[in-house]
Design a protein around this ligand. Structure first.
Ligand code: BT5
Length: 258
């Protein structure tokens, strides 16, 4: 079946049966052609799908949308990229009746479980600032298609809606939402952040954040102009620029990541 997508802003779309990681393929393409125009890369399977840092992204064969696209950063704040991409995924799904929510910084959850994740990387081939934005959306897995450590924590559109989802159709719809969100983030960043906040239902709730500087507990109160999560710890406000957030602390900390 044809994908029927032009790729972000009309750039070429390349589909592979299997790759290490669509982000790595998009980066290698950019290294070869740093003048652009960038590419949208999809694959049926990733044998080394990546999350942030050294984390892995489980990419079951033919069961998800594993997509990366590269584009010039333009006027977009790097701290807004993952937020904007997560919002585009959540909005696209909400338009299709799925109650998706965003969780800072890069998750899309449905009913408290992780449905999609975003990996944004900024690189500088040819002296220009390029973004390689990876989006993974679980489409048609059932529980046993995930490794056991993700049971109860990961979900797919099929598990949530009971029906099969077409990756070709979703990719086109998702890229259209992404284009709109990127435009918004460049022209009206404050507005884009306000919209992102509206897709996040956890304001005022107690969270536990694991950051490179250690763990802290507090109430999530805002995202600031840099895209940082502002947490009220009771003894002051802290703005987090990276980390992992658990919601509803106190909770079973090990493995709790909602
Ligand atoms: C992310 O990282 O959530 C970013 C995921 C980005 C994946 C896309 S797929 C296309 C492109 N090519 C790539 O190689 N990557 C991108 P992070 O926030 O670090 O979350 C990673 C964690 O999510 C893991 O440590 C697991 O706990 C969990 N996880 C792994 N695979 C999952 C899956 N399929 N569904 C839900 N959770 C998963």
């Amino acid at each position: 079946m044809s994908w029927g997508i032009e790729g972000l802003y009309g750039q070429p779309h390349l589909h592979f049966a299997a790759v290490d990681s669509t982000n790595e393929v998009a980066k290698r393409l950019l290294m070869r052609a740093p003048e652009g125009p960038g590419a949208t890369v999809t694959a049926d399977y990733q044998w080394a799908g990546r999350g942030r840092g050294s984390r892995r992204w489980h990419s079951a064969r033919g069961m998800g949308l594993w997509l990366s696209c590269s584009f010039l950063l333009g006027g977009c704040h790097p701290g807004h990229l993952a937020l904007v991409a997560g919002a585009a995924v959540a909005e696209c799904l909400r338009r299709r009746g799925v109650p998706a929510a965003v969780k800072w910084p890069n998750d899309v959850l449905v009913n408290g479980k992780k449905l999609a994740g975003v990996l944004g990387e900024v690189i500088r081939p040819g002296g220009k600032q390029w973004v390689v934005l990876g989006i993974g959306v679980n489409l048609n897995q059932v529980r046993d298609d995930f490794p056991a450590e993700l049971w109860g924590r990961a979900t797919s559109l099929k598990m949530e809606t009971g029906r099969w989802w077409d990756p070709h159709q979703l990719a086109g719809q998702l890229l259209r939402h992404l284009e709109q969100w990127l435009l918004r983030a460049r022209r009206e960043p404050g507005e884009a952040l306000r919209w992102w906040k509206g897709l996040c239902p956890w304001w005022g709730q107690t969270i536990r954040a694991h950051t490179p500087l250690g763990a802290l507990t507090g109430r999530a109160v805002d995202v600031d102009a840099e895209g940082r999560l502002v947490v009220d710890t009771g003894s002051g406000m802290v703005a987090l620029s990276s980390g992992e957030v658990s919601i509803g602390y106190p909770c079973d900390e090990v493995g709790d990541w909602r």
